[in-house]
Design a protein around this ligand. Sequence first.
Ligand code: HEM
Length: 435
Amino acid sequence: MSFPWAKHYEPKSGFTKWIDERLPLPRLVYGAVGAGYPVPRNLNYFWNFGVLAGAALAIQIVTGIVLAMHYAANGGVAFDSVEHIMRDVNGGWFLRYAHANGASMFFVVVYIHIFRGLFYGSYKAPREMIWLLGVTIFLLMMATAFMGYVLPWGQMSFWGAQVITGFFSAIPVVGDTIRIWLLGGYAPDDAALNRFFSLHYLLPFVIAGVIILHIWALHIPGSNNPTGVDVKGEQDTVPFHPYYTAKDGFGLGVFLFIFAALLFFAPNSLGHPDNYIPANALQTPAHIVPEWYFWPFYAILRAFTVDFIGIPAKLLGVLAMFGSILLLFFLPWLDSSPVRSANYRPLYRIFFWVLVADVLVLGWCGGSPATPLYVIISQISAAYYFAHFLIIIPIISRAERPTPLPNSITEAVLAKKGGTSPAHTALSGSAVPAE
Ligand code: HEM
């Protein structure tokens, strides 16, 4: 397959020619996000979310760097330094609200990005590495967000740190030692605050590095698309620039509009009021809840209430919580169906939506008090979550009979527009339809 515009870069001005001959950066940009990068012509708006995640990370880094100029990572003054940012620093309220709500926007975007991948089978061959790097990014994001939430040193910061680092003491024999090592003491205090601040500053740059690998890996096979059918030739693609720069630009505008509405009109709606109370080691809040984006995993953690074959319930909860994310690493091999897109997988599509509902129910339970009813619902939903990946997916990927795939992306696009009649191919177990 040949993409002539990808191969031949012609500098447009003397200046870019001069740079390109000394440092081929213009060539790299042209091939990576310019007219030299062929992209399937049928990508829908769900393909905007990777770029939006990158934009969200950039916003977090820029606002975070300026916040760090005014923040003090010391247990005695951390809370006050945040109030100082809110009241005295020029535009400080804006920076802080942008950073706090930016974290929520980042997770919204990344959750949609992940579920897009699940729906269209973007984790399947030959894109496994993109997916594995994505799950790594997700883990790093969670660690970064957790440590960032500790920094304002409010009640929820302190008790969140207490609870989360407490999980590690559930590990047999070495657990307590690990917890003390993580905190730099027996309880969250100055040492913990300093190391969390240091790591919270460092990790976004590590994430940026992994994103470069993620996008590099993406450029090997190129993007998947809503049909899941491979690109068959030039007629199936359009150059990234100007087609997807324009589409991503529009998506970015909508994203910033929603972000601005949240930031200017409801900046505290996603936060917990208890975090406006300074940290107090002698007063435990009635309900310790993490930020909303951790709720599904928090529900899985709390779903374990009894010991099982000698393993303490707390350790089971911790293992299940980490397991719920780690099993995503194995997804490309758990799903053996050769068809990627759920559009052609009637059974998978149903279970996909059941999974979405299940994760929403888990999130609802994780954000609610651990009363017996919520715990029972969490237990059922957590069991379903694992069953989805470990039992349902492997079974339906073998048993399901997919609907016929289009012969090519172009054929699917034209069929949708009513241009030509789709010459559908009867599927005989292969993801590559007959020519
Ligand atoms: C900071 C976080 C992330 C950034 C900046 C990012 C960026 C991107 C970009 C720019 C793309 C290409 C555009 C698109 O397909 O939307 C992409 C594709 C992809 N990403 Fe991410 N990503 C992030 C996190 C993740 C996570 C957490 C996962 C999965 C667990 C993931 C899985 C994928 C997959 C499978 C593709 C290929 C999609 C396709 O071709 O259909 N990404 N990512």
